[in-house]
Design a protein around this ligand. Structure first.
Ligand code: SAM
Length: 436
């Protein structure tokens, strides 16, 4: 090692020490997704939307499933942060809210939004567009519904922004978020690492994109109803240096905003609540706790979007869930070592991740043979000396395995209010129950 190399090595070592706990450089940068999108002039989140009425129906299905029928939007003050292409906001706009505020800092996204509304002929509430980041958006008012989809992950600065979002919801209002549980994220976490391993690092943005579309096209082609182009998916997930940071467990969300916010509904729906409605008061409401218990019971169903498995007894999935968390942490460390060109660290982490995958497949074999076989196939490829692009492209079992990686969740803010009194509970002065 010459002096120049030794200095570089030391500098990388210092950089790693500074980043600590496996965060990648991209992960800790202020910019996150935004710097990457702006650098390449992209907003890789466009839906194929040939039929507007079907798109609106899809959004209606989603919102009603999380507890928000169209009347929740009509006449309301709505705020959507990070709307991207703006296509999701169309449903909000045609629901004719009192106001619709969109906060989007990416110039490419802003252009898409402008174009979209310029050609929208249905009656709608015109959005107020703020070309700003959430960090700088301080409206000095609260909103009935606040939405933020597919943006914030669990980095400390992003959790701070999640708290800020929750703070913009009016009492009795709703916050709509997407949540990325680590079991559901696992297949794409591994795709991301495989992408880094098999695509030569000297390729530029366009060549890398083309190579990754070629590799993962056959995987994506197995998904019915996909609305994004493979190219956009590759840009947003496989090339995006920030991608591994989008993991956002349910527990983290509840810990971050839960004191004041109670879950209203999720999609997919996972909570079953058989309690007698008359018990749902005071500390017995426990909506968030029930959600966390339901997530823990259903970890295997998060792993494969095509299937569901019977809910496990309390604690039954704790071990496998821990492994998904560990793989995610190791994957961040692997990416950091890879970006720092630290081949010894990459090799060591490759082995550790391989043994985690092995333990996941062992635990899965007690639950489902097919799922275990798909993960075993991944393990073999991952631990091979030199996985090739063709081998990744042609994985017969893992190729079609995608997790339930995006859950929509609505939370309501605070206890129910009545004019001048709060909360409603305990407000009855006659002490009588309305009913049995
Ligand atoms: C993956 S896209 C999701 C877009 C859209 N919500 C969707 O689900 O299709 C992430 C979005 O977050 C936006 N974004 C990134 N940093 C932001 C910030 N600091 N404040 C507000 N939006 C931001 C990006 O410009 C981008 O539109």
């Amino acid at each position: 090692m010459d002096i120049g190399q030794a200095r570089l090595h030391k500098a990388r070592h210092r950089e790693r020490a500074r980043l600590g706990n496996g965060m990648t450089k991209a992960a800790t940068s202020e910019g996150g997704h935004l710097d990457y999108y702006k650098e390449h002039g992209i907003s890789p989140v466009r839906y194929a939307m040939d039929d507007l009425s079907q798109h609106l129906q899809l959004r209606d299905s989603l919102y009603r499933s999380i507890g928000l029928p169209q009347v929740a939007f009509r006449g309301s003050d709505i705020l959507e942060i990070a709307p991207g292409s703006g296509q999701n906001s169309l449903y909000l706009a045609v629901s004719q809210p009192r106001s619709l505020t969109l906060v989007e800092p990416n110039p490419a996204g802003l252009r898409d939004i402008q174009k979209l509304y310029d050609t929208l002929s249905e009656p709608h509430t015109a959005p107020i567009l703020h070309p700003a980041r959430l960090q700088e958006f301080n409206p000095g008012k609260l909103y009935d519904v606040v939405l933020c989809e597919n943006w914030l992950g669990a980095l400390p600065a992003e959790l701070e922004l999640l708290r800020k979002l929750a703070g913009l919801v009016a009492p009795g209002g709703a916050l709509v978020l997407t949540i990325v549980p680590l079991a559901g994220f696992f297949p794409n976490v591994m795709r991301k690492l495989l992408a880094l391993r098999v695509v030569p690092s000297h390729l530029g943005f366009d060549e890398r994109t083309a190579a990754l579309v070629e590799i993962f096209g056959p995987h994506l082609a197995t998904i019915p109803n996909m609305t994004r182009s493979h190219r956009d998916w590759v840009h947003d997930c496989m090339v995006n240096p920030h991608y591994l940071n989008v993991g956002l467990p349910f527990e983290t969300v509840v810990e971050t905003i839960g004191d004041d916010m109670a879950v209203l509904g999720t999609y997919p729906k996972i909570t079953i609540d058989w309690r007698w409605f008359k018990a749902l008061k005071g500390t017995e409401r426990r909506f968030n706790e029930l959600l966390i218990e339901a997530v823990a019971a259903n970890i295997p169903s998060l792993l494969d979007y095509r299937r569901t498995f019977p809910a496990g007894a309390p604690g039954a999935n704790a071990a496998i869930d821990r492994h998904f968390g560990t793989v995610h942490r190791l994957a961040l460390a692997w990416q950091a070592a890879f970006e720092a060109d630290d081949s010894a660290e990459v090799q060591a982490l490759t082995g550790t991740i391989g043994s985690e995958i092995h333990q996941i497949s062992e635990l899965l074999s007690e639950i489902d043979g097919d799922l275990a076989a798909a993960v075993r196939e991944l393990e073999e490829l991952w631990l091979s000396q030199q996985p090739t692009a063709e081998a990744v492209r042609d994985m017969p079992l893992f190729g079609s395995l995608f997790g339930r990686e995006t859950f929509y969740a609505a939370f309501t803010r605070g206890q129910p209010q009545v004019e001048g009194k709060s909360p409603v509970e305990g407000n009855r002065s006659d002490g009588k129950a309305a009913g049995a």
